[in-house]
Design a protein around this ligand. Structure first.
Ligand SMILES: Nc1ncnc2c1ncn2[C@@H]1O[C@H](COP(=O)(O)OP(=O)(O)OP(=O)(O)O)[C@@H](O)[C@H]1O
Length: 302
C-alpha cells in the first residue's frame, strides 16, 4: 500500500501560505493499524476544508492531534505547523497558548462543552479574558459582536441564559461565538450539526460559511455526510482507515470521484431515507488493494 511520500494532500492549488499545515501526521495506539496514518493537509484563511469518511476513519483524531489534544496513550508524530511554527514536540504551555487564541474546536455535543451552571455571558467572558487582555467594557463589546455575528437574536436574553434554556442550535451558535470572541484563526468543527434538526443544520452551516468568509477563518469541517460537505466546503479530503485516499475541490470530487471508496460514499447519499442525519453503514468494503489517487486521477503508488 501507500508509503508516506505517496499519499495525496490537498495543497496543490494554493499560492498563499496555509495557516495550518499538517504533514505526515500519524497517531498510533499500538494496535495493528495506525488510527491516523500519514495524513497531510493544509488549512487556508477564508476556506473550509471538508473531511469526510465513515466512523473510525480518523477524522476526529486528526483534528484533536492538530490541537495537541490527542489521548495521552496516543503516540503522535509528523509535523503540525501553525503560522509556520512547529507544534509537534513544542512545550505544552506553548500549545495551550495556541489552543486558546489561535485554534479552537467545536463538537457535536455542545452540552459537554458548555458549563451547565454558568450563564452564557460569564462563559464567553472567561474564555475571552483567559486569552486576550482587555477591559470589562471591551470584553462585553466583543462578546455582543460575536453573538450578533452568529445571528443570535435577542442577545441580552442569551447573555443571561444558562445553556439548558437555549436550543441545540443556539448553543452551537454560542460555541461558534466563543471561537470568534477569542480571535481564533483556525476552527475545527467536528460534526457540528449532526445533533441538530435539518433546518437548523442548514442555518448553522450557513453561519460557518459566512464567518469563514468574513473573518478569514481557516476551517476544518468534519462530517460523515459528504453531501453536507459538498454544499459548504471549498475542498474535500476523504479518509479511509486513517488515510487520506482522495482530495480535491469539493465540486470536482463529488462530480468525478476517482477512488472506489469515495464513489461508494457518494452513492450512499440517496440511500439516506427521510433525514439527512441518519448514516447508513457501508457494507464491509476492503479498499486496501486500491492505491490512493489525487484528483487528477493519478495513481500514487508506493
Ligand atoms: N483513546 C483511544 N484508544 C485507542 N484507540 C482509539 C482511541 N481514540 C480513538 N481510537 C481509534 O482511532 C480510530 C479513529 O478514531 P476517530 O475518532 O478519529 O474516528 P472518526 O473518523 O472521527 O469517527 P467518528 O465519526 O465515529 O468520530 C478509531 O478506530 C478508534 O477506535
Amino acid at each position: 500500500m501507500s508509503q508516506p511520500s505517496a499519499v495525496p494532500h490537498e495543497s496543490e492549488h494554493h499560492d498563499a501560505e496555509p495557516i495550518l499545515s499538517v504533514r505526515g501526521l500519524q497517531v498510533d495506539f499500538g494496535g495493528p493499524h495506525q488510527a491516523v496514518a500519514d495524513v497531510s493537509l493544509d488549512l487556508h484563511a477564508g476556506q473550509i476544508l471538508g473531511v469526510a469518511g465513515q466512523s473510525g476513519s480518523g477524522k476526529s483524531l486528526t483534528a484533536l492531534a492538530a490541537l495537541g489534544l490527542a489521548p495521552t496513550n496516543a503516540d503522535v508524530s509528523g509535523s503540525i505547523r501553525f503560522k509556520g511554527r512547529e507544534l509537534v514536540g513544542a512545550k505544552e504551555s506553548e500549545r495551550a497558548k495556541v489552543r486558546g487564541s489561535g485554534m479552537t474546536m467545536i463538537f457535536q455535543e455542545t452540552v459537554t462543552a458548555l458549563n451547565p451552571v454558568v450563564q452564557i455571558e460569564r462563559q464567553l467572558e472567561l474564555a475571552l479574558r483567559a486569552n486576550v487582555a482587555c477591559s470589562k467594557a471591551e470584553a462585553k463589546d466583543r462578546i455582543v459582536q460575536a453573538l450578533q455575528d452568529v445571528q443570535l437574536r435577542d442577545v441580552s436574553r442569551v447573555l443571561e441564559s444558562y445553556p439548558h434554556e437555549l436550543s441545540g442550535g443556539m448553543c452551537q451558535r454560542v460555541m461558534i461565538a466563543m471561537a470568534l470572541v477569542c480571535g481564533a484563526d483556525v476552527l475545527f468543527a467536528d460534526e457540528p450539526t449532526t445533533a441538530l434538526d435539518v433546518t437548523v443544520q442548514r442555518e448553522v452551516m450557513d453561519i460557518i460559511r459566512r464567518i469563514t468568509d468574513e473573518r478569514k477563518l481557516a476551517v476544518m469541517l468534519i462530517s460523515h455526510d459528504i453531501g453536507v460537505l459538498d454544499e459548504v466546503s471549498d475542498r474535500l479530503v476523504v479518509m479511509y482507515r486513517g488515510r487520506v485516499i482522495e482530495t480535491g475541490p469539493s465540486s470536482a470530487v463529488i462530480a468525478r470521484p476517482q477512488h472506489p471508496y469515495t464513489k461508494a460514499l457518494i452513492n450512499s447519499i440517496p440511500r439516506i431515507h427521510g433525514s439527512h442525519n441518519e448514516f447508513i453503514e457501508m457494507p464491509p468494503l476492503d479498499f486496501e488493494e486500491f492505491a490512493p489517487v489525487d484528483h487528477q486521477g493519478r495513481e500514487v503508488v508506493a
